[in-house]
Structure formats: structure tokens, C-alpha cells
Design a protein around this ligand. Structure first.
Ligand code: ZN
Length: 254
């Protein structure tokens, strides 16, 4: 659903006229009418007011462009299970079990894994499988990444900045300036590159976490740039949607 349909439906469900809704979020009736015709979209401040009024996330108001997952436990997020900030507004980053009234519930990853394992084990998935999955997933989520960064006096941040500088200094043609590196688990970014001999080769370890990012090509088109790096190397490639037809641009030892 588009924003216009979402807003119309939420307004109907609450039994409000366009003017009544307009009054509640401090806009004109014409503004509401324009949203519902799809001519404009509410601004950020108004989206916050609408989110509070209708008790749905801003992501939902925008037609759910993002698949939200809890950045602490990895659970897919629906509006019903979103955590809340101190002022009662919905927080789209966390579920209500990990973040309640502005407070984080977990400070230890092992504790969280114990809780999740109990809830996730079933006839099809063993405890060992759940544990292995969580041990790979959780370190890639924002909350735990921040946690790690905060606990090492910023050394990790410094290393990332250094890597970003080195990568930008390579001046790869068509690749925009790299601003940010994320932690990525090898398993999800280990693309097979075709050698001239026709053999496929992978350069990464599935179980290792790397720093990387994906960037749109400055030339447009459907290929984008993938950057991956760690202490030892920098790898730059291009590929199509979902990592199809990857080509190695550069593999450099540091
Ligand atoms: Zn959670």
C-alpha cells in the first residue's frame, strides 16, 4: 500500500473526517486531501504526530518500504511489537522486549541468546542451530555493534575511519565516496568470482565478520559497487541485484 492509501485507511478506521484529522496534526484540510490523492507526503514532524495518533510506525505510514528487524534480537518487527521511547512514541529499531520506555533490556549478548534459544527451538530447528544462527546474526545488528564500539575506547571506530580513507584514496572510477562501513557476515557477502579459466573462486570465510558497504555506480545502470575489507585486505567488486554476475575490480593486501 502507498502512503495515500495507508493514511486514508487509518483515518477511516478512526472515524475521522479530513478536517478532524487536519486539526489533530496541525495542518489544513487541503493538506490531508493532498496526501490522500498522493500529491504530497507529510513532512517528518507530521509523520511523527500521525505515528503517535494512529499508533503505527512511520515505516508503516510510508507504505512499509523497509523490512524492520529488531536491532538487538533480530526479530522481524510489526507495529504491534515495537518498543517505545520514554515519551511513548514508537521506536522502529527495537522490539518491545529489547527496548521498553526508553530503556534497553539486554546488556549481555549471551543472556539474550539464552532467552532467544528457549523461544526459537522447535521440532525443525535444534538448539545448536539456533545458537549458531544468533551468534552470527547478533554481532551484525546496530545495538551490539555500538556496544562493541563503545567498549574499546573508540579504537574500532578509528580503524574504520582509516579503512574508509584508504578505500577512498584508491579513486575507483565510477565509485562514489565511501562514507560508512558496516559489519557484514562473510556467509552473506561471499560472492563467487569467475576466473579467466572459467573456475569460480570465493575470497572470504563464511563465518568471519567483515567491514563493507554497497554503493550505487556514478554511471547509473544496474550494477553497483561492493566494498569489503578487514585488517588484511580491501576487496572491491561490482555486481547486479542480489549479487548476481559479480566481477572483481580490485583485491589489495593492506
Ligand atoms: Zn528485540
Amino acid at each position: 500500500m502507498d502512503t495515500k492509501e495507508v493514511l486514508y485507511e487509518l483515518r477511516m478506521r478512526k472515524g475521522l473526517s479530513q478536517s478532524e484529522l487536519a486539526d489533530k496534526v496541525f495542518v489544513t484540510r487541503q493538506a490531508v486531501s493532498r496526501w490522500e490523492k498522493g500529491e504530497t507526503v507529510p513532512n517528518t514532524e507530521t509523520l511523527k504526530l500521525l505515528s503517535n495518533l494512529f499508533n503505527v510506525s512511520i515505516n508503516t505510514l510510508l507504505g512499509s518500504p523497509k523490512k524492520l528487524i529488531c536491532q538487538c534480537c533480530g526479530m522481524p518487527l510489526e507495529d504491534e511489537i515495537l518498543g517505545r521511547d520514554k515519551d511513548g512514541s514508537l521506536n522502529e529499531n527495537y522490539c518491545k522486549w529489547c527496548y521498553a520506555d526508553g530503556t534497553y533490556t539486554y546488556s549481555n549478548m549471551d543472556d539474550l541468546i539464552e532467552v532467544c534459544v528457549k523461544n526459537m527451538v522447535n521440532d525443525n530447528v535444534s538448539e545448536g542451530q539456533v545458537r549458531a544462527y544468533l551468534e552470527l546474526l547478533l554481532p551484525t545488528l546496530d545495538y551490539w555493534k555500538k556496544y562493541d564500539e563503545l567498549s574499546d575506547d573508540g579504537q574500532f571506530e578509528e580503524f574504520k575511519e582509516q579503512l574508509i580513507k584508504e578505500i577512498n584514496d584508491l579513486h575507483i572510477e565510477g565509485m562514489p565516496k565511501l562514507e560508512k562501513l558496516n559489519a557484514l557476515v562473510g556467509q552473506f557477502v561471499n560472492l563467487p568470482y569467475r576466473l579467466p579459466s572459467g573456475a569460480d573462486v570465493k575470497f572470504l570465510n563464511d563465518g568471519t565478520t567483515y567491514l563493507g558497504n554497497q554503493l550505487e555506480s556514478e554511471f547509473g545502470g544496474d550494477r553497483c559497487f561492493g566494498v569489503l575489507a578487514n585488517m588484511d585486505f580491501i576487496l572491491i567488486s561490482t555486481y547486479e541485484k542480489d549479487g548476481k554476475n559479480p566481477e572483481l575490480v580490485l583485491y589489495k593486501k593492506r
